[in-house]
Design a protein around this ligand. Structure first.
Ligand SMILES: Nc1ncnc2c1ncn2[C@@H]1O[C@H](COP(=O)(O)OP(=O)(O)OP(=O)(O)O)[C@@H](O)[C@H]1O
Length: 275
């Protein structure tokens, strides 16, 4: 036992014979933040539409009347400010950094909102990247938030692990594409969630099909979906599909993403509400 022992193992890094509980790696939230549910949106690899799904889930919950936020933990490839057309840098007060706010009121923090130029590359090493995510949690004055969505860095490496261990993640939404779904990459993501004992709330198969604007027929460009079967293999019953929808990409470019029409991820919204 250390001579300075205060008998509070949760705040002590010393491994001694008296330790009663493992040291928590959780980072305390900003004292002014009251965040009820934290949902991580992850993918096995990059470019499968994780940021689009994160943004769509946030808009879905905001439309249902909840106070919603996005923590963009994809530090080296931040896409969230672009989706919502947020430009310029965030500022702060004595209470912490004030997040940016979208047209409909979604609170957002992202590396691109703290850089001088959004085209500046982020050439930071792993521990710094993890440190930035922790600061997005502890130094941002989030205020009242019902649902916070965390846009995770792709994959199962060092930074995602830091996020899962530092933030109180309540559940995970896995984003995949038809081709990726049958690969071992998704299985790795699912297994990581299992190792960390965080429940998977659902799997979204993005780019699942395309509806032809002329004949209105559904085309499964990457083959018939195996989403249900694959999800069942992992013991996951909640699934959703998103079509290839050029208007969604166009809305991201035009800054009108929050006005998208459709109820693509409503079923997952109800799962989050517990309905
Ligand atoms: N269902 C879709 N229909 C049309 N365009 C889409 C769809 N899903 C994603 N896109 C477009 O594909 C691009 C990549 O999507 P997104 O940035 O969401 O992927 P990501 O997985 O977050 O990538 P990264 O890991 O690099 O951050 C974006 O330009 C997005 O607008």
């Amino acid at each position: 036992m250390s001579e300075n022992c205060n008998h509070d193992c949760s705040s002590c890094g010393t491994t001694c014979g008296e330790r009663k509980e493992s040291q928590s790696l959780r980072v305390p939230a900003n004292p002014n933040s009251h965040i009820k549910k934290v949902i991580a949106v992850m993918s096995g690899k990059g470019g499968v539409g994780k940021s689009l799904v994160t943004s769509m889930m946030a808009v879905t919950m905001q439309r249902r009347g909840y106070k919603t936020a996005i923590l963009d933990a994809d530090i080296t490839g931040p896409s969230i400010p672009k989706v919502f057309h947020l430009q310029g840098k965030v500022s702060g007060t004595d209470l912490g950094i004030t997040p940016a706010t979208t047209k409909s009121g979604i609170k957002i923090i992202s590396t691109n909102l703290i850089l001088d130029n959004e085209t500046d590359p982020v050439v930071w090493r792993g521990p710094i990247l993890g440190g930035v995510v922790k600061q997005f949690w502890s130094d941002v004055n989030w205020g009242e938030v019902d649902y916070m969505f965390v846009d995770m860095p792709p994959g199962t490496g060092d930074v995602p692990l830091t996020v899962y261990q530092s933030l109180p993640i309540d559940g995970i939404i896995v984003v995949t594409t038809p081709q990726e779904l049958v690969s071992m990459i998704v299985e790795k993501a699912v297994n990581m969630a299992g190792l960390l004992s965080i429940p998977i709330l659902g799997i979204v198969e993005n780019m699942s099909y395309f509806v032809c604007p002329n004949c209105k027929e559904k085309h499964h460009i990457f083959g018939q979906s195996k989403l249900k079967e694959e999800a069942e293999r992992y013991g996951i019953t909640n699934t959703a599909t998103l079509p290839i929808e050029p208007s969604l990409a166009q809305r991201c470019d035009a800054g009108t993403f929050e006005d998208f029409e459709g109820d693509f991820l409503n079923s997952l919204g109800s799962i989050l509400e517990g309905k």
